[in-house]
Ligand binder design. Sequence first.
Ligand SMILES: [Zn+2]
Ligand SMILES: [Zn+2]
Length: 730
Amino acid sequence: MTIACVELDVPIAGPFDYEIGLADVFVGSIVVVPFGRRRVVGVVVGLADSSVVEKSRIRKIERVLPVEPLPALTLSLAAFCADYYRHRLGQALSVVLPTKLRKPDFGIRTLLWGYALVANRAAELETSIPSRAKGQQRLYQALANQAGLDAVQARVIFKGAPRVLRDWTDRGWVDKQAAGLKQSVADKVQGEPPTLAPTLTEEQHQAVDRIGATLGRYVPWVLLGVTGSGKTEVYLSLIERVAAEGLQTLVLVPEINLTPQLVARVQGRFPHLDVVSLHSGLAEGERLARWERARSGQAEIVLGTRLAVFTPLPKLGLVIVDEEHDSSFKQNEGLRYHARDLAIFVANSVGVPVVLGSATPSLETYSNAIEGRYQRADLSVRPAAKAPSVRFVDTRGERIEHGVSQTALTAIARCIEHGEQCLVYINRRGFAPVLVCHACGWMAECRRCSARLTLHSRSASLKCHYCGHEESVTHTCPECGNQDLRGLGQGTQRVEEALCSRFPSARILRVDSDSTRRRGSFAAMRERIHLEKVDILVGTQMLAKGHDFPKLTLVVVLGADHALYSSDFRAGERLFQQLMQVSGRAGRADLPGHVLVQTEFPQHPIYASLAGNDFAAFADSLLKERRSAGFPPYVFQAILRAEAHRESDMWSYLKGAAHKASGTADNSITLYDPVPSPVSRIAGRFRGQLLIQASSRPSLRRFLSRWHPLLEEDRPGAVRWVLDVDPVEL
Ligand SMILES: [Zn+2]
Ligand SMILES: [Zn+2]
């Protein structure tokens, strides 16, 4: 083989042929090659004896990155992404690689030495260690237990390791090689005491047994567990079984803020296992080191957010997707993949079970379960607490103070009196969603977006939540000169202020993306809540997910009705999921929980199912609606999104694309007219979209495989466009 076919993250479709030369190249090798005047990183996808490219024009691979080649499964996962989401393979492969490996200079400065025992001399080395030299013994044990150690790991095990290793190498007992990667020690959670497994409930036991019986083959499972029913215990028992076989478990979680908590719990339960967490909040080097531990098979448990689905795991035995309905599993930029769907692809390719856990599964997943395509295990009992009581406060008949009703204020006061915590949930940050002039009706709008500016009181500014634009608050109406401008509606800051003046001695904590911007601040806040240094929490959905606050007994939900007005057909589903999740925060340990939802529509069916804690009834009625209206999961969608500085460019592009589509679509495809996006202008760009609907997934894929190449043919400079397959937002 003299030619390597290399996929690159460049705007031209590959692969590109390069001469291998003296390099040691395999399929999957990550290589640095010249491309135009640049040097870029690529992945070798094929080897050949010859090329159709003229010999003089073939350039040479510059070097191979000092890491193992990507395994076949990772290459096929990238190929699937490229095909399914209509992306170039080179770009999909680049998403798979940790950021650090996308840099041509990787490995040049980070080269480290690795050490391994020389097999036939290990006994000699062992006997040479004096019995009082505990550090040397630990070092020897670590070398014997693992395939190799790098210098950093060795120094953590034993401070004197560099000197001792030099000595052992000189004596020929240890082999020294370039490890290539700066590996870090296990990110063991400090101070986490080992915990014992609780006795499983009958339901948990059954779930573990049934899912456990399918280890070793591909079976998709839906674990439908009400909040507080102990899904995590089921995961842990399954992980234990898988680890006992020497296999790895991949656990995907929706939110970066949840990973430290879960890692601590998993590590506490399995102190002897190597647990790594992978998420976008890690420094590049750290992320790579952890990725490497997963890729080498050393880490038994890999926990991470959506990107972790691409981690090569040589000994994969089980995949778990926790809170599978969560929209953060969908990537909304670049390669627009859905990590849950890719997790299913991975499980299927390897032949292992995948567990999709949720109290409120997405309707896509739920319909797969009721139609028998997925197996289903239910957890309907909350072992630690009763389901919270849910009440609705009809705001039409109440005096409302800064968005909070008297009923809610009374309940909050009682909660504080009892020394318990309450959560006031409102999914809008800032002080007020809009600044208005009551004289003429003027509203503060973003100049670059078709969106209103949110009033932020702390910074006395108006911020655009779409483009990030920020300006100082005006006190005079630019239209009529009126000086009485007011914030209309509620955000977290306003509710916080109102509660502060109403309950001056209460300790109030606001948790939203503004108050947790600094790294680590969210963890510190969680700590304060756990230490019971907080009486009232005011927060957005950041607080709704998975956090367990034992003293929290009351949840007050404000502003939920907004979702009822939404034009997105998924708004009702999302509202129900959010409300179920946030209600689940109330009353865990031994304190009963109460939920108060403020609404103008207490009779709405969504609220009725919520009060009955009845996901199945809700989902069944929603599925019926979706079927008759022809919405997913009964149809399959793709959206072509386009944006341009000039509105006419955007429209003419979409019209052209629609024309190409009508030429290739068969009668299983429904083409809609181009329409403005829900936010029709962001950061000065006009946005429009074209919806395509198909009666089956194969017909959608067939259509896209014909249409997408036509779109690729012309890429007008003025228009940015992207195809979103299986969009979760309109
Ligand atoms: Zn005015
Ligand atoms: Zn804006």
